[in-house]
Design a protein around this ligand. Structure first.
Ligand code: GLU
Length: 447
């Protein structure tokens, strides 16, 4: 079998979009699963649309996602150069060969010496190929007009350059978006004209939004650029996992999968023919699962910049670690830490009817008195608070829900919430003693 060589071929016209990231990722998976090479080639022939920094940004975010490549403009390789504008001589040479063979012709501009080169589409030929995703597809040459392969400025068109490059870069498989299906017959014409073997093609389905409409860059309801996800604290491992599920499904129903596992399981036969739905909630859920797996130290490190940017004072490393311990299970993305912080510290303490009823019915007064004493004697570190909870339970023979929910209600007003010892340590001794006294006074007043 021919060595697997696949490529991601972006035009440097903007930021890495979720759709392109998916093309890159599936090519990457294909290469890694089959032990092949993954190449990044820059298709920069649409000169007016190229943007400054476009290439660097593409590479930067591919690497952020963990898609390491074997060959590229920045890394080099045996098949370079890897930017199309640096390969113009090659395209010219092969366009001229087609002219000589009579398979293409010059198309002069009116009253000028300048000409484009058009490919002469043969009559009555069927161009068929077995698409990796869709099965057999075929097109009739009579539906395709003679098309330009070289523009009058000496720059090739996409459909011509892509064939020259894929051939000389020995690309074995081309995985790309469905919008390129109708380009494929044009590309097959060029392979046949040179008598070159074409790679295998696979066209991935469109990505649709929750209304089942094709995801468009103008769709404001969906964040679409990888850089934006990084900015609000999505984790690259989670993005990798989510994108891999856009149009591919693993065997079994386990969807939280490491990169290594996905590479191992990847099977092009499981690429889907149905549109891939971009489910924001699923992405948020997957990300939250990866946040839960972070160590407290890692999460603290990642949260710091968000807090600082928001002007929140980080009192100490210990304080920061407490903060993220309290919120680790509630974050969908790390940027949410600032909102959670504000909610937590600016919330006024209030006993609702329902929560007050609970401590009344459970006769929590003696428990709270014991807790207040133990807490008052403690240094208010998490361990000491845990110990105070335990001791108060033993002293008053209270356990289970009556113990934990009773103490939570008395100090936070809430019946449920994040880790109690960490929450209390974070709110601080003064505030907690004030709240406890308030609750105790209220209970006493009623007894
Ligand atoms: N530059 C093309 C694009 O960004 C590449 C298409 C292909 O993979 O052949 O859509």
């Amino acid at each position: 079998m021919k060595k697997v060589r696949v490529r991601y071929a972006p035009s440097p016209t903007g930021l890495l979009h979720i759709g392109n990231a998916r093309s890159a990722l599936f090519n990457y998976l294909y290469a890694r699963h089959f032990g092949g090479d993954f190449i990044v080639r820059i298709e920069d022939t649409d000169v007016l649309r190229n943007v400054e920094g476009g290439e660097a940004s593409q590479l930067n975010y591919l690497s952020w996602l963990g898609l390491e490549w074997n060959e590229s403009p920045d890394k080099g390789g045996a098949f370079g150069p890897y930017r199309q504008l640096e390969r113009l001589d090659l395209y010219t040479k092969y366009a001229e060969e087609l002219l000589e063979k009579g398979l293409a012709y010059k198309d002069f501009r009116e009253d000028s010496d300048a000409y484009a080169i058009r490919f002469k589409v043969p009559a009555d030929v069927t161009y068929g190929f077995d698409d990796i995703v869709r099965g057999h597809l075929s097109f009739e040459s009579k539906d395709v007009e003679d098309w330009i392969i070289m523009k009058d400025n000496g720059i090739p068109t996409y459909n011509f350059a892509v064939v020259i490059d894929d051939h000389f870069m020995e690309i074995s498989h081309v995985l790309r978006g469905e919008e390129h299906i109708t380009n494929t017959p044009k590309q097959l014409m060029i392979y046949q004209a040179f008598n070159w073997e074409a790679p295998l093609f696979g066209h991935m389905t469109i990505i649709v939004n929750e209304e089942k409409k094709k995801l468009s860059k103008r769709d404001k309801n969906v964040i679409q650029f990888i850089s934006e996800y990084e900015k609000i604290g999505y984790l690259p491992e989670a993005m990798f996992n989510f994108i891999a599920l856009l149009g591919w499904s693993p065997q079994g129903n386990k969807e939280i999968l490491s990169k290594e596992n996905i590479i191992k399981q990847f099977d092009p036969k499981r690429l889907s023919k149905a549109p891939a739905m971009f489910d924001k909630d699923k992405l948020a859920f997957i990300n939250s699962r990866y946040i839960k797996k972070l160590s407290i130290a890692e999460l603290a490190k990642k949260s710091r910049a968000f807090l600082e940017t928001d002007g929140i004072e980080i009192k100490s490393e210990n304080w920061l670690e407490l903060l993220v311990t309290v919120f680790q299970d509630r974050m969908n993305h790390i940027g949410e830490i600032t909102e959670l912080y504000h909610e937590f510290f600016h919330q006024t303490f209030k006993l609702t009817d329902e929560s007050y009823q609970f401590i009344k019915e459970n006769k929590s007064l003696t428990l709270l008195e014991a807790f207040s004493k133990h807490l008052n004697d403690s240094d208010f570190q998490v361990n000491a608070i845990e110990e105070a909870i335990k001791q108060s339970g033993l002293d008053t023979e209270t356990s289970g829900k009556a113990l934990f929910m009773g103490l939570r209600i008395a100090t936070t007003g809430d019946m449920h919430g994040p880790s109690l010892p960490a929450s209390l340590a974070l709110l601080g001794k003064q505030e907690i003693m004030k709240r406890l006294t308030h609750t105790i006074d209220k209970l006493r007043g009623e007894s």
